[in-house]
Ligand binder design. Sequence first.
Ligand SMILES: *Cc1c(COP(=O)(O)O)cnc(C)c1O
Length: 452
Amino acid sequence: MQKQRYERPVIKQLNTGITNKFGAQSGFTPVTHIDGVAVKDLLREYGSPLFVFSERTLRQTYRDAYAAFNTRYPNVQFAWSYKTNYLNAICNVFHQEGSWAEVVSGFEYQKALRNGVPGDKILFNGPDKTEADLLMAMEHLSPIHIDHLDELYTLIELSNKTGKRPKVAIRVNMDTGVQPIWDRFGFNYESGQAWDAISKILHTDKMDLVGLHCHIGTYMLTSHAYHTAAHKLSDLALGIKKQFGQLIQYIDLGGGFASKNTLKGAYHSGLDVAPSFHEYAEHISSALLNAGFKTEELPLLMLETGRALVDDAGSLLGTVIANKRLSDGRRATILDFGVNLLFTSFWYEHTISPAQDCSQYGEEAVLYGPLCMNIDVLRENVKLPPLNRGDQVVVQRIGAYNLTQWMQFITLRPKVVLIDMEGKVHLIRKDETLDYLLDRELVPDHLKQFEL
Ligand SMILES: *Cc1c(COP(=O)(O)O)cnc(C)c1O
């Protein structure tokens, strides 16, 4: 048997909470303020429930992430993943910080254009781009990230028809050592599909191949997977240089960095196990820098990180509707928001805290939302001080995906506010009204009247 390679062991600190002489920590810390603004004032003024974003946290997180990469690699660009949170005020904070846009539909594409993002700074991903979408992206010189061969052939046709050369990248999927392999999007690296697509693009000479893209998964706890991904994309880029004498402008490693939320059933808190931006940056930059590029030919490193940039900046505030005992004696607390507003509670064990002084003694409880639907459960089992009707709660780290995946089900969606750098509160999305919804509905003449 071959001798195994030696690897230096590393010791890493894990914090699972301070214990006292009775065991694990039992105290509860209420969250009474967000960026200096009192939760109770926010709820009084804007109603309950309420989404609150911190501009300070948004900018700080962005700057921390960017600095982690920018200090390790000479040429870095972020592109904000619209589907993670496409409220214009949030997108524009990131655009002000220098981020381009990354979109996955014609709708998101147009949203980015209307926000004022120049077309050549909108990366167009996703499997479902219509001909009209592709023509729009060609018109605005946006990099189109090709997902499958049918799209490649459509682009060749459109190029023939219009005489224009689309700017394209291909999306590559690959084995990064993390299961399950995300191979439904893009062209596979190991099987040679990716190289085949590259050859087709370069030999047919109808479009400009500007980038190579991958998005290897989401909430990736293994930062090393990005080393593998960067290595494999570099390999393709160097192959293109060798065979076609052509330089690739950018290597895009997508998103997928974990936020500090805790996954359901996870043993350790997300605060302890989510890799830092520095860990991701170290793996990615070392793979790119050591791949064999000449200094002046190093590709631009593009990143589309979503949840890790926005999760921490968002909170959901709400109010206790009632308490009850279930048939087995368990305490149940009903809140005025449920999975309709907190879609991510299907995956995360969110941190839910009282917003006012509370008892230091907790009781295990199940937290329900207000919907008449059995799966409307926010936490199956969480130890909280007893909360009474009218008490307020804060759910932290909810900025990613909840405001794009929320449902208008049974009830209307509430207001969203942003607290700016000076502590001033701005309404950034109005609450929905019955009129707003009815505006979209049509009733045929024969169904307008009835008698009961
Ligand atoms: C969703 C998505 C992202 C953002 O993913 P996160 O896991 O939120 O970082 C980036 N790129 C593409 C192509 C995506 O589909």
